[in-house]
Design a protein around this ligand. Structure first.
Ligand code: CA
Length: 203
């Protein structure tokens, strides 16, 4: 049995008349199924849902976006393009949409997010700016740090240059673990790091 099976289980099967609903646990509970039947039928349905959850966990893993709404930082801030706009849940790649984070021109600008605690990190998805200068996204090192904030775990690098509104995906090595995820442009000078959304997929 995979270790992540414990993340998913049938919790709080509720009964309303003859309707049984099955939900995942936690504050972001999602509906897994509803059955209208007798108690015996419901038991069979519960088994069916457990089997389905097992295969969902085994093949795809219960990864979710860990970065949404978390604390963020960047090496400098261009006007009102604060770092938090990178994790506001809005992937609008148009600058006028007001949801992109951006630094000033720098040598090696960086942006990072604090996930609050250590997680297994699977991949990072970055939404690049779409209305202008997408080539600014290049040679981005994605690194991960534990509580000590030493970004010495390499997830991967995006050489680029990026395309307009591109969704850049950087896949981390298996079982990459950390609390902080940082993006940094490591080559050239007079670089501007702009990210319209950064999603850190993990568990
Ligand atoms: Ca955003």
């Amino acid at each position: 049995m995979p270790s992540n099976i414990t993340y998913w289980y049938v919790g709080a099967a509720s009964q309303t008349g003859d309707v049984y609903s099955f939900r995942t646990p936690g504050p972001t509970s999602s509906l897994l199924g509803v059955r209208r039947c007798s108690i015996w039928c419901s038991i069979v349905s519960a088994v069916e849902i457990i089997v389905r959850i097992f295969f969902m966990s085994f093949f795809s893993g219960p990864f979710k976006n860990l970065a949404y709404g978390r604390e963020t930082y960047q090496s400098s801030t261009y006007e009102t393009a604060i770092s938090g706009k990178g994790v506001d849940g809005i992937s609008n790649s148009q600058w006028g949409g007001g949801s992109c984070a951006s630094t000033n021109p720098e040598h090696h600008p960086y942006w990072y997010v604090d996930l609050g605690k250590e997680h297994i990190i699977e991949r990072i998805r970055i939404t690049n700016r779409g209305d202008c200068c997408p080539e600014r996204l290049h040679d981005v090192d994605v690194t991960v740090a534990g509580h000590n904030k030493k970004f010495d775990v390499v997830c991967g690098t995006f050489r680029g240059p990026g395309k307009a509104s591109e969704k850049v995906v950087v896949q981390c090595p298996k079982r990459t673990k950390g609390r902080y995820v940082r993006l940094q442009i490591t080559k050239g000078s007079n670089n501007v790091l702009t990210v319209c959304e950064v999603e850190v997929m993990g568990r």
